[in-house]
Each structure stands twice: as C-alpha cells, then as structure tokens.
Design a binder for this molecule. Structure first.
Ligand code: KG4
Ligand code: ZN
Length: 332
C-alpha cells in the first residue's frame, strides 16, 4: 500500500511517503520564526504550516518518485497538538482524501512516536515499553498490542523537553534548547551542580520537572554563581537522564519486557541514548532509539503507524474528529 502521511501538530511541517514498510521520502520543514520568541507561537505556527504544506507535500511525492494519483491512502496527525496547526494538516489531508477518493487514517501523534521504533526494526516484540520524551509530553507506556496501550506514568507538570528548553532560555542558549544543552554538556562536569531528582525514588512511573527548572533558575540568578554554563548543562542533563532512565528500567523490570523504545525529541539527547544503552545491555533488554530524523517530529512516523494499522486490519473511522483519543487520554 502506498501511503502519504502529513504531520503539522507543532512547528514542523512534514510529509512522507511509504510503500509497505519502506520509507520512500520524509520531508521536514522546521519553522524558524519562533526562535526569536524562545518558544512556539501557535498563531505563527498555523500560518507557517499554511505556507509550507503544499511545497512540503510536493517534495515528498517527488522524492518518492510517485504522483498524487498513485497514493492509496492518506494519514494525518489528528491530535494532540496546537489546534490551529493541526487544523491545517487535517483539512489539507481531508481534501486530498476526498478528491482522490482514498481512505484517511487519523493518527495520534504520541502513539506515532511510540511506534517510531518500528522504522528501525520490525521485530520489536509485544509487550514492549515506550518512553516518550518530547517538548510537550513525558510518559512511560506499556504497549500490549497495536490495539492496546497502557499508560504507566506521565509528568505531573513540565515535560522533559520543556525543562531542557527553559534551562536553555535561562542560560541564553536560544530555542529549541535541548540540542544546545546537549552540546554544552559535552564540555562540562556533571558532578558540579547538585539538582533535585523529584519522584525518582517514588514507587510510581510519574515524573516532575518543574522543581528542577526552579532550581536552575535559583542557581543561575544567584549573584555569587560561578558555575560555568557547561557545568550547569552537564549537571542538569545528567540529573534528568538519571530520572528518565531509572524509572523506565524499573518499569521494564516490573513488567518483564524484552524491548524498550525511547522516542520523541528528547530521545535525540546523546547522554540519554548512551545511558539507556548501557543500562539495557546490562539487563539484556533490547533498546531501540530511532535515528534523529525519526526522533523529532516527522511524518514518517505518522505514515508508519497508519501502515501498521492498515496491515492489522484497522479500519479508519468515519471522521477525523471522532477518531482521535481512543488510546491515549491526551489533548493539548
Ligand atoms: O518531539 P519533538 O520534536 O516535538 C514535540 O512533540 O514536542 O520534541 C521537541 C523537544 C524540544 O523540547 C527540544 O528541546 C527537545 O525535544 N530536544 C532535545 C534534544 N533534541 C531535541 N532535548 C535534549 N537533548 C537533545 N539533543
Ligand atoms: Zn513530537
């Protein structure tokens, strides 16, 4: 089946074409307009999607070497995300599906992150555990089957990516902050600054990152602060990664899974990747972290989940709106 997937939930306009399990194209256009504001401005995001949606879809078709009339189904991110941004993709996809008389599969963005590991290997065994860490969400999900997800824990306040972004902003590192913190951390000493590790030892799978952000604020604004940016980044990153990894591994052991997928924008973090790999290797658990282009927001993961759903015999619902929150209880 030849599927065109579209993603416009936040600040990347993306389109991808897959034939069966093969990704033929994955075009991602990142909006730069938000950098000056230190965060995504919803209204500007929607307008930028309107500008980019046609060129991005055209490019995805060209890169794949196919034309619109070859497409047999369309997949689109239906939630969660910024409403105005989502509407651009949803309406565009609806119109295409209607004019070409092909089915439209609405996809939950977080569920797509969870299954992005399958873009790297197809033999991930159910039940598997997914740690989804992005700018908007941090959660541990037990995936029983393509029909059943179990949310084990989530953040009680900020998402991990949001915490990275806020610390980066305090340090004047620009937006998005995660990659900048990652880069500086490589030159710092993670043992210099002591950060709290909220909920790490609690017997649950929830997270809380807002206290760490406040702690960073107090350290950075203190007149007597002599810590370098590198040391603050290294210490902060190390604490966040320790929390994420400790809780994920604990869940994997509790539920006896053999496969873990780490996905979402923060899974691009070099320390998180290295630390999870070390811990998983020690326990003979297989870790899958998608390549960078499949970690941050992209349409290949949307197309991939649609392909998996079609392959499992899941029929698209009658309307996009009625389809979306059957598995994950999130709406941003
Ligand atoms: O999944 P994503 O692209 O968008 C959302 O759905 O939120 O995630 C974006 C988040 C941002 O907060 C960004 O700072 C973070 O992922 N991020 C990173 C790294 N690369 C991106 N965080 C830590 N280290 C990185 N290398
Ligand atoms: Zn995302």
């Amino acid at each position: 089946m030849l599927i065109l997937g579209i993603e416009t939930s936040c600040d990347e306009t993306s389109a991808s074409v897959m034939r069966g399990e093969d990704v033929l194209s994955n075009v991602i256009s990142s909006q730069e307009v938000h950098a000056q504001f230190g965060g995504v401005v919803p209204e500007l995001a929607a307008r930028a999607h309107l500008q980019m949606i046609i060129p991005v879809v055209r490019r995805a078709l060209t890169d794949a070497g196919v034309s619109l009339t070859d497409i047999e189904a369309i997949a689109v991110t239906a939630e969660p995300g910024l409403h105005g941004a989502l509407l651009v993709g949803e309406n565009f996809a609806k119109a295409l599906a209607m004019t070409h008389n092909v089915p439209l599969m609405p996809i939950n963005h977080l569920e797509a992150h969870i299954y992005s590991g399958f873009l790297e290997r197809r033999d991930i065994a159910f039940p598997f555990l997914a740690l989804v860490v992005s700018g908007g969400h941090t959660m541990i999900v037990l995936v029983h089957s393509i029909h059943q997800l179990q949310l084990l824990g989530t953040t009680q306040d900020d998402a991990a990516g949001e915490a990275f972004d806020k610390v980066a902003k305090l340090l004047g590192l620009g937006y998005p902050g995660g990659p900048a913190v990652d880069r500086l951390a490589a030159k710092g000493n993670p043992k210099t600054v002591v950060f709290p590790k909220p909920l790490m030892h609690e017997d649950n799978f929830d997270f809380s990152f807002s206290g760490m952000k406040t702690s960073a604020l107090n350290i950075i604004r203190k007149p007597s602060n002599t810590f370098s940016k590198e040391d603050i980044c290294a210490s902060f990153q190390s604490a966040v990664v320790q929390i994420l990894a400790t809780k994920t591994i604990r869940a994997a052991q509790r539920y006896n899974v053999r496969d873990i997928v780490v996905a979402g924008g923060v899974s691009a973090n070099s320390h998180l990747r290295a630390d999870m790999l070390r811990r998983c290797d020690a326990l003979h658990i297989r870790l899958t972290v998608p390549r960078l282009a499949y970690c941050t927001d992209n349409a290949a993961m949307i197309t991939n989940l649609a392909a998996m759903k079609f392959a499992a015999g899941i029929v698209p619902p009658a309307t996009v709106a009625s389809a979306t929150s059957t598995l994950l209880p999130f709406r941003v």
